[in-house]
Design a protein around this ligand. Sequence first.
Ligand code: NAD
Length: 491
Amino acid sequence: MTQAHSDVAGVQVSTEHYIGGRRVGSPTTFEDRSPLDWSWKLADIARGDADTADAAVSAATDAFADWAALGADGRAEHLNRLADVIEANSDQVAEVECADMGMLLKSLRARVVARGAANLRNYAGLAVAHEERVWSSKGTDNRVIRMPAGPAVIITPWNAPWLLSTWKLAPALAAGNPVILKPAEWSPLSASLLADFADEAGLPAGVLNVVQGIGEEVGAALVSDPRVARISFTGSPEAAREIGQAAARNIVPFTAELGGKGPLIVFDDADLDAAAKKAAGQYDDGGQVCLAGTRLLVHESLREDFLERFHAHVDDEVLGDSRDPDTTIGPLIHPEHLARVDGFVQRAREAGDRIVRGGQRAEVDSSNDGLWYEPTLIEPASNGHEIVQHEVFGPVLTFQTFTSEEQAIELANSTAYGLSGIVYTTSHERAERVGRAVRAGTVWVNTFLVRDLTAPFGGCGISGIGREGGDFALEFHADLKTLQILEDSTS
Ligand code: NAD
């Protein structure tokens, strides 16, 4: 049986599921370890199964009618109260997420945890502000009504669990859909804290359920349940294909935010030092960032100058314990992931690609078993090689040059992904032209990761289906209805 709580960095975290407003265990567990030191076992977590999934969907189904009937204003009050509780406990979340995922403690404290509360407040406000579209046509008064759809399953990946859980559950709850949240098995703890916060905030039982376990087990059972009305997934294209098939069988709308292989394009009119610094910054969080610009595409005339500045900036990076304020690059999440990242690098070496820097596991602190990998730069022998075409999801960048704007765009658009792109240029016309030509859900010019929560967010190609953010997510979580009333037929 599960032990009910585990002490993680001084915070008591429940290791059980949260279903229908109650903590529930499972007969078996799985181990959760810290990437900061793999010998540090954080917890034995309840390993959900088909029965767990059934109980969670039942709880959400039972909660649906009352939650929907509350209306946008009533739900907004709950969401804002949950945001208050998060803000009051933000340091706990930062400590736990850092130990569990390895994200830098200073980033968690400065930005990431607060974004969780901001996500909730943003959607509380958007849902309340929404006005129904009303118009007259063909002798009828018309309006478009958003009906809450029903229980929503939300499945998140290990790399940004807190950020993505709150990002995805806020629009579902605001739209009137109770949620079953399943975090990734490699970083399950912040979702458990979120359940405690929901309890403390007085969210009605069954409106937020958190289920722990393995994707192919409890995750697959959740997405196959015909009572589920929406599936919102962030993770790999491989899992999305499985989940998409389950969604298709039940004819359930499904959004998928998937991997990326974004270009970072540096034109010959760019602020070169800013571009080189931002390129080096793509190693942040160990490169485990879906939006990262991992393919450096640099104008041929800048090759030496860019590389010199890039290396200087990377030399300033500090690999280390994510709790240390001097650290800029933390460890990778799991030994299996480290082996996967290294596999890409070694295959690139064998394929004749040039390892410009890095290329192996880094030993940072011999007193522990942390999972660091050297910031790695590879100049591929061919654009078709695996290292250019596949997401590595680690501190591994590729370096290629171009001689014309057309070639830069062609290279940028030459993978099956299309999540994000970064462009460095000082020409406004070029910024507009290239920004429009790069096939991606988001393109940043002379900046990176600036987010407006009301803007659409998602990917093209194998980077995903659908858009989140702003009204786009609220619309996804609604069943839209057109109501037509014959003019002058009612009084
Ligand atoms: P993953 O696909 O292995 O797992 C993601 C989640 O899906 C986990 O909770 C897992 O348990 C669950 N899962 C796996 N198989 C399942 C199945 N058959 N049915 C139901 N659930 C299942 O991904 P990961 O390794 O956790 O995360 C890394 C990937 O996520 C990378 O590709 C990264 O680019 C992507 N990602 C994308 C975004 C984005 O916004 N586009 C953001 C972060 C991460």
